[in-house]
Design a binder for this molecule. Structure first.
Ligand code: NI
Length: 151
Protein backbone atom coordinates (compact mmCIF):
# COMPACT_ATOMS: atom_id res chain seq x y z
CA UNK A 1 0.00 0.00 0.00
CA UNK A 2 2.96 2.25 -0.40
CA UNK A 3 1.13 4.12 -3.13
CA UNK A 4 -1.52 5.39 -0.70
CA UNK A 5 -0.70 8.62 0.95
CA UNK A 6 -2.65 11.08 2.99
CA UNK A 7 -2.04 14.75 2.97
CA UNK A 8 -3.33 16.63 5.99
CA UNK A 9 -1.44 19.77 5.22
CA UNK A 10 -4.53 21.60 4.04
CA UNK A 11 -6.76 20.31 6.82
CA UNK A 12 -7.57 22.80 9.53
CA UNK A 13 -7.47 20.93 12.81
CA UNK A 14 -9.22 21.10 15.13
CA UNK A 15 -12.20 22.22 13.09
CA UNK A 16 -14.77 23.74 15.46
CA UNK A 17 -16.85 25.33 12.73
CA UNK A 18 -19.75 22.91 13.11
CA UNK A 19 -19.36 21.82 16.71
CA UNK A 20 -21.69 22.98 19.42
CA UNK A 21 -19.86 23.35 22.67
CA UNK A 22 -21.23 23.60 26.21
CA UNK A 23 -19.87 25.49 29.18
CA UNK A 24 -21.01 24.48 32.67
CA UNK A 25 -20.27 26.78 35.56
CA UNK A 26 -21.20 26.39 39.21
CA UNK A 27 -22.10 29.00 41.81
CA UNK A 28 -23.27 28.86 45.40
CA UNK A 29 -25.69 30.86 47.48
CA UNK A 30 -27.77 30.31 50.60
CA UNK A 31 -31.36 31.33 51.14
CA UNK A 32 -34.37 30.45 53.25
CA UNK A 33 -37.92 29.77 52.26
CA UNK A 34 -41.27 28.62 53.54
CA UNK A 35 -43.58 26.80 51.16
CA UNK A 36 -46.94 28.39 51.76
CA UNK A 37 -49.66 29.64 49.42
CA UNK A 38 -52.04 32.42 50.39
CA UNK A 39 -54.54 30.81 48.03
CA UNK A 40 -54.94 27.79 50.29
CA UNK A 41 -56.07 27.21 53.87
CA UNK A 42 -53.52 26.33 56.55
CA UNK A 43 -54.73 22.75 56.41
CA UNK A 44 -54.35 22.59 52.62
CA UNK A 45 -50.88 24.13 52.89
CA UNK A 46 -49.80 21.52 55.43
CA UNK A 47 -51.23 18.74 53.27
CA UNK A 48 -49.48 20.08 50.16
CA UNK A 49 -46.10 21.17 51.49
CA UNK A 50 -45.70 19.03 54.61
CA UNK A 51 -42.84 20.05 56.88
CA UNK A 52 -41.71 22.64 54.33
CA UNK A 53 -44.80 24.59 55.46
CA UNK A 54 -43.25 25.03 58.92
CA UNK A 55 -44.06 28.67 59.89
CA UNK A 56 -40.41 29.39 60.70
CA UNK A 57 -39.12 28.33 57.31
CA UNK A 58 -35.77 26.66 56.67
CA UNK A 59 -32.63 27.30 54.69
CA UNK A 60 -30.72 25.69 51.84
CA UNK A 61 -27.18 25.97 50.57
CA UNK A 62 -28.02 26.03 46.89
CA UNK A 63 -25.61 25.00 44.18
CA UNK A 64 -26.49 26.63 40.89
CA UNK A 65 -25.14 25.22 37.65
CA UNK A 66 -25.50 27.37 34.56
CA UNK A 67 -24.95 25.86 31.11
CA UNK A 68 -24.43 27.99 28.03
CA UNK A 69 -23.69 26.77 24.54
CA UNK A 70 -22.32 28.05 21.28
CA UNK A 71 -19.48 27.64 18.88
CA UNK A 72 -15.91 28.05 20.00
CA UNK A 73 -14.76 31.43 18.72
CA UNK A 74 -11.39 32.53 17.38
CA UNK A 75 -10.27 33.14 20.95
CA UNK A 76 -10.99 29.50 21.76
CA UNK A 77 -13.98 30.30 23.93
CA UNK A 78 -17.77 29.91 23.91
CA UNK A 79 -18.06 33.18 25.80
CA UNK A 80 -16.03 35.23 28.21
CA UNK A 81 -16.18 33.35 31.52
CA UNK A 82 -15.48 36.50 33.51
CA UNK A 83 -18.53 38.14 31.94
CA UNK A 84 -20.71 35.12 32.75
CA UNK A 85 -19.45 35.17 36.35
CA UNK A 86 -20.12 38.88 36.65
CA UNK A 87 -23.64 38.49 35.27
CA UNK A 88 -24.54 35.57 37.56
CA UNK A 89 -22.95 37.25 40.57
CA UNK A 90 -24.79 40.54 40.06
CA UNK A 91 -28.10 39.18 38.82
CA UNK A 92 -28.51 36.02 40.88
CA UNK A 93 -26.07 35.53 43.76
CA UNK A 94 -26.26 39.09 45.10
CA UNK A 95 -30.02 39.11 44.63
CA UNK A 96 -30.79 35.92 46.55
CA UNK A 97 -27.83 35.13 48.85
CA UNK A 98 -28.79 35.21 52.55
CA UNK A 99 -32.30 36.33 51.64
CA UNK A 100 -35.67 35.09 52.81
CA UNK A 101 -37.13 34.17 49.41
CA UNK A 102 -40.70 34.69 50.67
CA UNK A 103 -39.89 38.38 51.14
CA UNK A 104 -38.54 38.88 47.63
CA UNK A 105 -40.63 40.61 44.99
CA UNK A 106 -39.95 37.74 42.57
CA UNK A 107 -42.06 35.53 44.86
CA UNK A 108 -44.80 38.00 45.72
CA UNK A 109 -47.28 35.91 43.75
CA UNK A 110 -45.64 32.50 43.51
CA UNK A 111 -44.52 30.03 46.16
CA UNK A 112 -40.70 29.93 46.41
CA UNK A 113 -40.30 26.23 45.72
CA UNK A 114 -36.95 25.36 44.26
CA UNK A 115 -38.70 24.57 40.96
CA UNK A 116 -40.00 28.14 40.89
CA UNK A 117 -36.64 29.58 41.99
CA UNK A 118 -34.96 27.67 39.17
CA UNK A 119 -37.47 29.10 36.69
CA UNK A 120 -36.98 32.64 37.99
CA UNK A 121 -33.20 32.29 37.66
CA UNK A 122 -33.57 30.91 34.14
CA UNK A 123 -35.78 33.84 33.11
CA UNK A 124 -33.38 36.42 34.56
CA UNK A 125 -30.31 34.90 32.91
CA UNK A 126 -32.11 34.48 29.60
CA UNK A 127 -32.78 38.20 29.66
CA UNK A 128 -29.45 39.39 31.04
CA UNK A 129 -26.80 37.15 29.46
CA UNK A 130 -26.63 37.52 25.72
CA UNK A 131 -23.09 36.38 24.89
CA UNK A 132 -24.08 32.74 24.45
CA UNK A 133 -27.19 30.60 24.29
CA UNK A 134 -28.59 29.77 27.72
CA UNK A 135 -29.01 26.03 27.55
CA UNK A 136 -29.90 25.00 31.07
CA UNK A 137 -30.17 26.11 34.67
CA UNK A 138 -29.79 23.40 37.30
CA UNK A 139 -30.33 24.09 40.97
CA UNK A 140 -29.24 21.63 43.66
CA UNK A 141 -31.31 22.08 46.77
CA UNK A 142 -29.69 19.28 48.78
CA UNK A 143 -27.20 16.51 48.09
CA UNK A 144 -30.20 14.35 47.22
CA UNK A 145 -32.26 16.51 44.88
CA UNK A 146 -31.91 19.02 42.10
CA UNK A 147 -34.17 20.75 39.59
CA UNK A 148 -33.40 21.94 36.12
CA UNK A 149 -34.97 24.09 33.46
CA UNK A 150 -33.84 23.75 29.88
CA UNK A 151 -35.13 24.75 26.50
NI1 NI B 1 -36.77 23.75 51.26
Amino acid sequence: MSGVSFNFSNTQFPDFSMAKAHLHRRYRFSASHRLHSEQMSDEENRATYGKCNNPHGHGHNYVLEVTVSGQVDNNGMICNLADLDECVRCQIVTRFDLENLNMREEFANIVPTTENLCTVIYDILKREFRQAHLERVRLEETMMNAFEISN
